[in-house]
Write a protein that binds this ligand. Structure first.
Ligand SMILES: [Zn+2]
Length: 426
């Protein structure tokens, strides 16, 4: 169907309106105040689209919702599920998008929480939690006679002696630990530099694998998982295997949180990019923004207020001009290219104006940048997330290799052709 056919709409000011609206076109409804624009768009077309969508839910689903009244219209044909954004309901949140206002993004977050595959952003490898029974099966599959050492990681990348913790384990009967891969007695001083980051594992048990050792292995496995909150390092001779009930990447040697909806929200500290805090943009100073005024000298142009008081910057820059035998009163457009480049990007003595102003704006929190500089700032995609707004772990969760951000960037037509949300059959 290529049009929406409305027959006899009579909501509010509409007087038995009959109308055909072409589909897949950008349509504007215009007219004087009170002529029934909103009555047509919101109270008739949108209301009927919403009502039909709710009707399509199961009766169980509908039992939780208030049934919607039928709009005042005899019939509407050719209608698809509709979304409506009221002009008044927008707010000042710079993270707000069509997806968040209409709650479509909420459904996408739910979808990614349920079926996306998390990856380690450090190694790029897929990660998933392992079931205790799977870990046990893997151990029992090893060759009979294997000499196994069961270790429970207790401290990862931690500085310090941690004597209290070790004494506590000693009182529970444990005698050895492994520090950065080397086994030592638990009551000895740590044989590593405690000012550095170290890994400490508790030696829980040593078992020679035999046909009847299942029970003991199971009990040791339980202890390890309990002590280390879900992980086990198994040594089989020289070979070391890491098992985890948590999301863990053995290559990156890092644990990651289980996926939940907040991880896909750029409004939440759990989900947003730590650099731009979910805005997807960075305020940056560029070469062009510092040198667009070619008529004036550096000290007379848009940056002059930075050079009016005796500042460290003024001292350095004036010295820089003097050392290079350049007249500080020369207009920027007349400066030699090589000198201008050093002035902007720095040399061995001076860090350069770009570096100074970049530090200056990053030091100014949030959006508070004084007026002197605001006209020189341009917005660019955040350098950390490339404008994708989410943190690396959230962006590494994919469905058929597409992250939630890739999905939102896709045109609806491309998206429907790719069918990217249908996981491949196993
Ligand atoms: Zn960012």
């Amino acid at each position: 169907m290529d049009k929406i056919v409305i027959k006899n709409a009579y909501s509010n000011n509409l007087r038995n309106l009959n109308l055909e609206i072409p589909r897949n076109k950008f349509i504007v409804i215009t007219g004087p105040s009170g002529s029934g624009k909103s009555s047509l768009a919101f109270d008739t077309i949108y209301k009927e689209g919403q009502r039909r969508f709710l009707e399509s839910l199961s009766s169980f689903g509908r039992s939780y919702l208030q049934s919607l009244e039928k709009p005042k219209v005899d019939s509407i044909e050719g209608l698809s599920p509709a979304i409506a954004i009221d002009q008044k309901s927008t707010n000042a949140n710079p993270r707000s998008t069509v997806g968040t206002i209409t709650d479509i993004y909420t459904y996408l977050r739910l979808l990614y929480t349920q079926i996306s595959i998390p990856h380690s952003p450090d190694s790029g490898l897929p990660i998933k939690p392992q079931d205790k029974s799977d870990i046990l099966k893997n151990i029992l599959k090893l060759k009979n006679g294997s000499k196994l050492v069961f270790l429970a990681p207790i401290l990862e990348n931690k500085k310090g002696e941690h004597r209290d913790l070790l004494t506590r384990y000693e009182s529970l009967g444990f005698t050895k630990i492994r520090v950065n891969g080397k086994v030592q007695y638990i009551d000895e001083p740590l044989k590593v530099d405690i000012k550095k980051f170290n890994n400490i594992d508790l030696v829980v048990d040593r078992i020679i694998l035999k046909k009847d050792s299942k029970e003991r292995i199971e009990s040791t496995l339980n202890s390890c998982l309990k002590i280390s909150k879900g992980s086990l390092i198994l040594l089989n001779g020289e070979e070391e295997t890491f098992f985890s009930q948590n999301y863990y990447c053995s290559k990156a040697k890092k644990s990651y949180p289980a996926l939940d909806e907040s991880l896909f929200s750029f409004n939440s500290p759990r989900g947003y990019c730590p650099e731009c805090k979910g805005l997807g943009r960075d305020r940056v100073i560029t070469e062009q923004s510092l040198t667009f005024d070619t008529e004036n000298s550096l000290f007379e142009g848009p940056l002059k207020e930075f050079f009016q008081k005796e500042t460290v910057l003024e001292k350095y820059v004036k010295k820089f001009f003097k050392d290079n035998k350049v007249n500080p009163e020369s207009p920027l457009g007349k400066l030699k290219k090589g000198f201008l480049k050093s002035l902007l990007y720095g040399d061995s003595e001076f860090n350069g104006l770009l570096s100074f102003f970049e530090n200056y704006i990053s030091f100014k929190h949030n959006n508070v940048v004084d007026n002197n500089l605001s006209h020189l700032i341009v917005f660019a995609d955040c350098s950390k997330c490339n404008g994708k707004k989410l943190n690396p772990y959230s962006l590494a969760a994919t469905i058929n290799n597409y992250s939630i951000s890739d999905l939102c960037d896709m045109e609806i037509e491309v998206f429907s052709k790719k069918r990217c949300c249908r996981p491949k059959a196993p």
